[in-house]
Design a protein around this ligand. Sequence first.
Ligand code: SF4
Length: 479
Amino acid sequence: MNIQTEQFVEVARREMADLTSRAFLQLLPPVIAAMRKAGMATFPDPDAANEYSRAIRAEVVARLPELLEEFEANATARGATVIWARDAKEANDFILNLALERGIKYVTKGKSMVSEELGTNDVLIRNGIEAFETDLGEFIAQQLHRPPFHIVGPAVNVSVQEVCDLFMEKAGMEEPTTDPVELGYAARLYLRDKFHHLEMGITGVNMAVAETGSIINVENEGNIRLTKSSPRIQVSVMSIEKVVPNMEDAMHVLRLLCRNCTGQSISSYVSIDTGPKKDDEIDGPEELYIVIVDNGRSDLYGDVKAREALRCIRCGACLNHCPVYATIGGYPYGWAYSGPMGQVLNPLLLGLERTQDLYRACTLCGACKEVCPSGIDHPSMFLYYRSKDVKGDGELKGKKRDWKEVSIFKLFTLASTLPWFWNMGIRLLRPLYNRNAENGVVTHMSGPFEGWFRTRNLPAIPSKTFHERWKNIREKRSS
Ligand code: SF4
């Protein structure tokens, strides 16, 4: 199932007609939202905790260039190799060439949104290097060739029967079972075997600490830790906004990330790695490469409103509170990022033209903004994208609009700022407009406003304007 973001409406319609998907969506978001609420309640002051994390993320975006430089210097000083990738091609080329140079046959991967964004798996597989997703949900989604359904549970909507059939076919499971524990065990056996002979692992990064040059990964399955510690070569891929100033800030964002993701105070595994394995250490990679990916983000940095999207920590809380996501699920977004998080990020990364349906598919209810631990004001961003789209200005180019529509709006804007032009326009338009009037009401119209009048009426323009009537009255009074 290869879905493109342009198919948003088509796939959303299909998902809405799918009764299993609908039933599932009635259950999933409220359950995770309740878990989040319980998790947040463990803070002595949840509002203060949120405000602190929002301030950290705002600071990160404001100081992004200097924090990245500081991170690079400290990571390099501790033995890591930092690679800057301007776009997906540069990032994937580096990873692919490294693998080819070292004769790598396959890699294991920890869940990484940015590598989904870059399409790293496809590049490796096309060039003869197998890439095994090792997060259970990602592994299932990968085998089914589906985009993630939810950031926390990429295949949480797939039935156990479907998983059983899949594992029988592709994961060497010998006896059919619908017992989730048995299914998990089968996946573990299959993937464990990959770790035994692993030469190169690829993971994402949840946070990169500028002060120490450390990278932090958060997970519940232990697969990222295995991917990071088993092989000789480790590649960590991060987008530029993953940096945080210091360990204290990182620990606070971590508290918010875990609670907002799954309601946990802390995830089962948190790995903090500073440089590759030292001589006196037994675990860890001998070579650590950190690929810092821009992929269009720095182009937007000058746009103070658009760069607010870079605050996102991918916690997924906004998905679970969004009425649109709760109706259509994650597939229609057609990419790594779904829900309000995707509606904010995808237009920046893919362009306004390709993602119009995403930022228009919003009721502006503000539920996402209310829960966001990064302080993103999603509704105002959607309005911003919509206005940019209408104007077609800036880097975020909008779709090419019908020239008639543009001319009419431009004429209207000009007329409303110049009284003489407005009066002249009214005099010229009045007979044309009023010729469709019946009993003082215009009920239909041909031309560009035809569609608008199909469901609406408007009063006819009076035979005299207010100014003309006022002038008449004054003339009568003075005579
Ligand atoms: S936009 Fe906010 S709530 Fe949504 S995933 Fe990002 S940080 Fe979490």
